[in-house]
Design a protein around this ligand. Structure first.
Ligand code: KIV
Length: 273
């Protein structure tokens, strides 16, 4: 029996997410990569946990999302699934696990679903990945799209600046969003594009649009949890709202612990057998 059933809670599904858009209720999404964090985020009432390939940056310390492997994504995803009893869990297909080969895209997606117990996959790209999306969907696996700044293509873009500011790229982005909807994606992430364009996209498709650095005219928001909790000291783009300063808080606690050990204050009489 699934954890959701055991705990008698109603699981958020792709249908729930669609109904939220239909009635104008905003969708909340955050990343998580491990059991403990997923438990907290799920209990707080998040709608969607994204097991993002940003794990490559914030968990493994890589400069880009390119190095993370399918096996590593499955490890993170299965840890998250064990902690999340209510929300929808979506997992990024990592770089190299789907590009240019729809059979491989399907095989990778099946591995994620089978080995982690997650509920959907996310993939970056527009018209060029439609065949893969259709093949994955034909196996009954829900797909979330990702347009705008797509970090797996960082070496093509050259920089992490705002995408689709020019008319031609904006037009292609709207067409891609419509193509993803037509192919059957249940939602799309729009990353780092002008707010006006993101609103236009959200109004031009029926499926939910979830933004990161895409303004307030979309159907939901997503942030990387390490960024919004202030665990990352260096990363402070304009779109980020920090809800905590965990870097300072954790560092302060560790310094206090070191002092207590060195001064022989810890453990005291009550903290021993
Ligand atoms: O990998 C990730 O965390 C993401 C979000 C930034 C949307 O794709």
């Amino acid at each position: 029996m699934s954890t959701a059933k055991k705990n008698n809670v109603k699981r958020v599904t792709t249908h729930t997410i669609q109904e939220m858009k239909n009635r104008g209720e905003r969708i909340s999404m955050l990343t998580s990569y491990d059991f403990s964090m997923a438990t907290i985020v799920d209990e707080a009432g998040i709608d969607i946990i994204l097991v993002g390939d940003s794990a490559s940056n914030v968990m493994a310390g890589h400069e880009t999302t390119l190095p993370i492997t399918l096996d590593q994504m499955i490890y993170h995803a299965s840890s998250v699934v064990r902690g999340a009893s209510r929300c929808l869990v979506v997992v990024d297909l990592p770089f190299g696990a789907y590009q240019g080969n729809s059979k491989e895209a399907l095989t990778s997606s099946i591995r994620i679903m089978k080995e982690s117990g997650a509920h959907a996959v996310k993939m970056e790209g527009g018209s060029e990945i439609i065949e893969s999306i259709e093949r994955i969907l034909s196996a009954g696996i829900p797909v979330m799209g990702h347009l705008g700044l797509t970090p797996q293509s960082i070496y093509k873009f050259g920089t992490y600046v705002v995408r689709a500011k020019e008319e031609e790229e904006a037009k292609k982005l709207i067409e891609d969003a419509q193509a993803l909807e037509k192919a059957g994606c249940f939602a799309i992430v729009l990353e780092k594009i002008p707010a006006k364009l993101a609103k236009q996209v959200a109004e031009s498709v029926k499926i939910p649009i979830i933004g990161i650095g895409a303004g307030n005219g979309v159907d939901g928001q997503v942030l990387v949890i390490h960024d919004m909790l202030g665990i990352n000291k260096e990363f402070s783009p304009r779109f980020l709202r920090r809800y905590n300063d965990l870097y300072s808080s954790i560092k302060g606690s560790v310094e206090q612990y070191i002092n207590d050990v060195k001064s022989k204050d810890f453990p005291n009489e009550k903290e021993q057998y």
